[in-house]
Design a protein around this ligand. Structure first.
Ligand SMILES: Cc1ncc(COP(=O)(O)O)c(C=O)c1O
Length: 301
């Protein structure tokens, strides 16, 4: 796929294999590459992006948090993303937008000059491979980065070593997911997803502050409230996670993903009723069959 795929780089659509990165670039050596990912799904009216404007707002926020400046308008970037999906002619895709300093740099201070902007549209399928079945999870020994050490609300490559360590820890212990607590010992999030628990029919998740402002987290909360499910955002202790009736993650990539074992406890009949209801409703919204949330879709034309 990579060979045939066209990517958008600084205003031009080029074969992916022609896009290269300088090994001494600031982005490569310091990890200061901003990125954003949103999904484009098949609907009866044609492919439509899910909450594209919210993702682009977060992209702008990440740029601001790292004191960077976008060399192009956000509308230009939005149109380029649409063009990239149309050029590659694939439905059900992720769109990845990146902004980074591509020039040679020997300093931690970013070099002067414009950011490069890259947009890539790629199929969901290789990524998903079996990831829609319930999964086991553990509480990772690694804590979520403290918000006073780096801006945790920024989607920047360097921050992801934290999630990588928790995923490796989970893998070594034989689990699918590693849930990170914050440095105070309360639930934070996964490497690339938010976490929800359900107890006695009430849906709970960690508050903003130590976690990414996730678009799917906002979606789950809004949809749950619209469906009459009580939602509480609060500091959640590890023992509440271990004792939950249902646990699921939410992310752009995998939407609602149910947990069927937490540490040494099996969660019977996962996905449970709340996870199942939310998962079904959100799939319906993404595929354009739920009139209540049609505003969240942007047609690719
Ligand atoms: C650290 C982190 N938390 C949560 C999420 C889920 O965010 P979203 O729903 O916006 O995809 C992501 C997504 O990449 C992430 O990287």
């Amino acid at each position: 796929m990579g060979k045939e795929r066209k990517i958008w780089l600084n205003g031009e659509m080029i074969p992916e294999e022609n896009a290269t990165v300088n090994v001494m670039s600031h982005a490569f050596t310091r990890g200061a590459a901003i990125f954003e990912i949103f999904g484009v799904h098949k609907t009866p009216d044609g492919p439509a992006a899910f909450r594209m404007d919210d993702h682009l707002k977060r992209f702008e926020k990440s740029i601001e948090l790292l004191d960077m400046e976008l060399p192009r308008s956000i509308n230009e970037i939005k149109q380029a993303a649409i063009d990239c999906v149309k050029t590659n002619n694939i439905e059900d895709v992720f769109v990845r937008i990146m902004a980074y300093h591509s020039g040679e740099s020997y300093s931690t201070v970013p070099p002067d000059g414009d950011l490069d902007i890259l947009i890539l549209a790629f199929s969901f399928d290789p990524f998903r491979g079996g990831m829609n079945k319930p999964v086991s999870a553990c509480i990772s020994k690694w804590r979520k980065l403290h918000p006073q050490t780096v801006p945790v609300e920024c989607k920047v490559s360097g921050n992801y070593v934290n999630g990588m360590m928790s995923s490796l820890d989970a893998k070594k212990r034989g689990f699918g997911l590693g849930i990170m607590l914050d440095t105070q010992g309360f639930l934070a999030e996964l490497s690339t997803a938010s976490i929800f628990i359900v107890k006695d029919g009430v849906l709970m998740t960690s508050p903003l502050g130590t976690i990414l402002s996730s678009v799917s987290r906002r979606t789950v909360i809004a949809v749950a409230r619209a469906e009459g499910i009580e939602v509480i955002e609060k500091a959640i202790r590890a023992d509440e996670i271990l004792d939950a009736d249902e646990i699921f993650s939410s992310s752009t990539a995998l939407k609602v993903w149910s947990v069927n074992r937490i540490e040494d406890r099996d969660i019977e009949d996962a996905p449970g009723p709340v996870s199942t209801q939310l998962s079904r409703t959100i799939s319906g919204i993404c595929s354009g069959s739920d009139e209540r949330f049609k505003d969240w879709l942007t047609l690719m034309k």
